[in-house]
Design a protein around this ligand. Structure first.
Ligand SMILES: [Zn+2]
Length: 233
């Protein structure tokens, strides 16, 4: 995992910020999830967009990137990424606010935001699955208040999750480069419970020349067992 410091500038008030960036090709497989989420060190989610702490403008970090300033004094670190351990409706509302602020101005940007929203809703229960199987079992046996609350929160977010995935699917259908998205199609259909369509795309993905057979097998098993939750690859 390679982490870089990157710099960006608020397009409105021109305040400079630093943030942590990552080279996606360096991510080890054990940190990737079926919904495309990957975890950085400290289990922090990385950010692509932010709300300027000085003027509250939402903006895309890379689109406004700047060279490392010569005088780095007073440069604030953008840190509105969140720990999946502490996920709450606050984070989901943050993404909704980004939509309202017009951040999804192109199909590509809308896709990034919708995937982010999908992953964030999955975060609510993901923390239990990322702690290892034993912890998950223990958590379920004792059904801690924390666990119960998370399940309740997850359930109340399901209508939003479904609506979001359906919109995401509509964008994916417009994409000319459909082949590279077969697994993504299958995963989204699986999570909304359309296992028939999920299997169709799973087969399509399997027939591709560069298909990852281990990945496809895992996907197939989750479709066959009618599982709707995200899993670690
Ligand atoms: Zn600003």
């Amino acid at each position: 995992m390679i982490l870089n410091s990157a710099y960006t500038k608020c397009p409105k008030c021109e305040a400079n910020f630093s943030y942590t960036d990552i080279k996606p090709e360096k991510i080890s497989k054990s940190e990737i999830w079926s919904d495309g989420f990957y975890m950085a060190p400290m289990r922090k989610d990385l950010i692509k967009f932010a709300k300027c702490p000085s003027c509250n403008t939402f903006f895309w970090l890379q689109e406004n990137s700047i060279e490392e300033p010569t005088d780095s004094n007073g440069i604030k670190k953008l840190d509105n990424s969140w720990f999946i351990d502490e996920i709450s409706s606050k984070e989901i509302n943050f993404i909704k606010e980004a939509f309202r602020a017009g951040l999804a101005s192109t199909t590509e940007k809308e896709m990034i935001l919708r995937i982010k929203l999908w992953q964030t809703i999955n975060h609510i229960t993901r923390k239990y699955y990322s702690q290892g199987l034993l912890k998950t079992i223990k958590q379920k046996i004792f059904t801690t208040t924390d666990y119960k609350n998370s399940i309740k929160q997850y359930k109340s977010s399901v209508p939003l999750k479904l609506k979001n995935i359906i919109r995401l699917l509509n964008i994916l259908k417009l994409d000319k480069n459909k082949e590279s998205n077969y697994v993504l199609f299958a995963e989204t259909y699986r999570e909304i419970g359309d296992f028939g369509k999920a299997m169709v795309f799973c087969h399509k993905a399997r027939k591709l020349p560069k298909s990852d057979s281990k990945r496809i097998r895992l996907l197939k098993r989750h479709i066959e067992t009618k599982s709707k939750t995200a899993y670690k690859l």
